[in-house]
Design a protein around this ligand. Structure first.
Ligand SMILES: Cc1cc2nc3c(=O)[nH]c(=O)nc-3n(C[C@H](O)[C@H](O)[C@H](O)COP(=O)(O)OP(=O)(O)OC[C@H]3O[C@@H](n4cnc5c(N)ncnc54)[C@H](O)[C@@H]3O)c2cc1C
Length: 451
């Protein structure tokens, strides 16, 4: 044994459960994968390392989904479990309107009430076994590309889960990576952000948060630069601000993620200090910090298909399309304070802070792209026998990822992965051989809008 390493003794762990399908990660992506497979009759086990379901939408406080309609507002293009979940939230006023087209700012929802609804949706589905506070740790391979079992860890220690098919919905691609799938690092991943909820968030007319930050920047050097957005939360007096950003951060590196958590919280503290100095007679409360910093982009899995920006923006119709979207190509640069939006209405704008610094058209005047599509192939890792991915680790280039990375799109990927996993399990086929025409049919039968 060298001085810098420790050799662990060989380990035998109990098999806690055998399932048809095992889903790692419990954001809406993972939950929707589990629900779809379970509704088709599969025995599903879903594990989530935190104490709740919802991923960035709950743990990260990002309660914003985008429009379910095409950009002309004529046609609904997203349905399925996204719609079903919003219908549940609507009953208590926990989301804003989704039954008609929304503007860019989309559908606001209450993340805490989303947590409660996801709890109900999962625990009332008899075919799902849920393990919270349970962390995936290792894939055990039967052969290259084929997982026999995974090892996970909970309060009792390490144990194994056997399944026929596995879905990686961890965002970070922890399962795919451990199973030996090829992962791609990008040169300039979009920067992570910690959101925060504040009370007392009201300002005199004409107040600009950006100008105020510029005024205090020397005094409070931790104040963030760049683009920010925020929203009042339905059924709440609080305001959610997505105002921080940590540049040049590799969120797959444990030291970097520690830096990002601390840096972004310092930025939140600086915003609070600034507001208290600027408005000494007002009361601002910091009410909630996220349980984990929101990661926009990490590693991508090399899949049998890579979605490219060129295809996406040409509105290519894929024979294996499993989802539709309208969210723009939205790229937060990680080297400076700019952000660019290539919208489906044909405009392309670059912002520095909240100032638009350039506007042009990427489509000829008068032309728009009503919606784009997401193919199943970008969820099937190359060389995988019984592993699918769903979530931000999917295979897309920089532009395509800038668009598909939002939740209404990834929710649809989750549903598709759940259905495709069930097909692979039923037929005893490799995931690359799943009949995508049937995937589309089954998704549609289950309420998805398949075009
Ligand atoms: C600040 C910010 C603002 C954004 N704004 C919007 C917006 O307004 N609208 C929008 O739609 N999208 C927005 N996005 C993008 C979107 O939120 C994310 O791309 C999306 O949520 C990613 O979903 P996911 O399922 O891939 O991953 P996540 O939501 O990150 O979920 C992964 C889940 O897997 C779990 N997990 C990870 N590792 C393990 C493990 N080892 N064992 C068990 N479980 C594990 C995690 O705890 C988590 O619950 C934003 C992102 C950020 C960061």
């Amino acid at each position: 044994m060298s001085k810098n390493t420790i050799t662990l003794p060989p380990e035998t762990v109990p098999v806690k459960i055998e399932a048809d399908i095992c889903v790692v990660g419990g954001s809406c992506t993972g939950v929707f994968a589990a629900l779809r497979a379970a509704r088709l009759g599969a025995k599903v086990v879903l594990l989530e390392k935190s104490n709740r379901l919802g991923g960035v939408a709950t743990l990260g406080l990002v309660g914003m989904w985008h429009s379910l309609f095409d950009i002309t507002g004529q046609q609904q293009i997203i349905g399925g479990l996204t719609f079903e979940t919003l219908e549940r939230l609507e009953k208590t006023g926990a989301c804003t309107t989704f039954r008609e087209p929304t503007d860019y700012y989309g559908i606001r929802l209450n993340s805490e009430e989303l947590t409660l609804e996801l709890d109900t949706m999962v625990t009332t589905e008899k075919n799902i076994t849920l393990y919270l506070q349970t962390s995936f740790s290792q894939a055990v391979l039967a052969e290259p590309g084929k997982i026999e079992a995974i090892v996970a860890e909970d309060k009792s220690g390490r144990f194994a889960i056997r399944a026929s098919v596995f879905i990686d919905a961890s965002g970070d691609g922890v399962l795919a990576r451990s199973a030996g799938m090829t992962m791609r690092r990008v040169d300039h991943p979009q920067p992570p952000t910690s959101c925060a909820r504040f009370s007392g968030w009201s300002f005199p007319k004409g107040f600009s948060l950006r100008q105020c930050m510029d005024k205090y920047r020397e005094e409070l050097p931790d104040l963030p630069g760049g683009y920010y957005w925020g929203m009042p939360i339905p059924n709440s007096q609080l305001f959610m601000l997505a105002g921080t950003r940590v540049l040049q951060c590799d969120c797959s590196d444990p030291d970097e993620i520690t830096r990002a958590e601390i840096t972004s919280r310092r930025q939140i503290k600086a915003i609070l200090d600034m507001l208290r100095r600027e408005f000494p007679d007002r009361k601002f409360g910091l009410e909630t910090l996220p349980s984990a910093i929101g990661i926009r982009e990490g590693l991508h899995v090399e899949s049998i298909g890579t979605l490219t920006g060129e295809e996406l923006l040409a509105g290519r119709r894929f024979p294996d399309a499993i989802g539709n979207g309208t969210y723009p190509v939205d790229i937060h640069n990680d080297t400076d304070a700019t952000i660019s939006f290539k919208k489906l209405d044909g405009t392309m704008r670059v912002y520095r802070g909240d100032q638009c610094i350039s506007t042009e058209r990427w489509l000829p005047e008068g032309e728009v792209l009503p919606y784009y599509q997401i193919p199943l192939s970008c969820l099937i890792p190359r060389g995988a026998v019984n592993v699918l991915v769903a979530g931000r680790m999917l295979d897309a280039d920089r532009d395509a990822f800038g668009a598909v990375r939002v939740m209404v799109n990834l929710n649809q990927c989750g549903e598709a992965a759940g259905v495709a996993a069930w097909q692979a399990m039923r037929d005893g086929k490799g995931v690359a051989n799943v009949d995508s025409a049937e995937t589309r049919r089954l998704l549609k039968d289950g309420g998805a809008i398949i075009l």
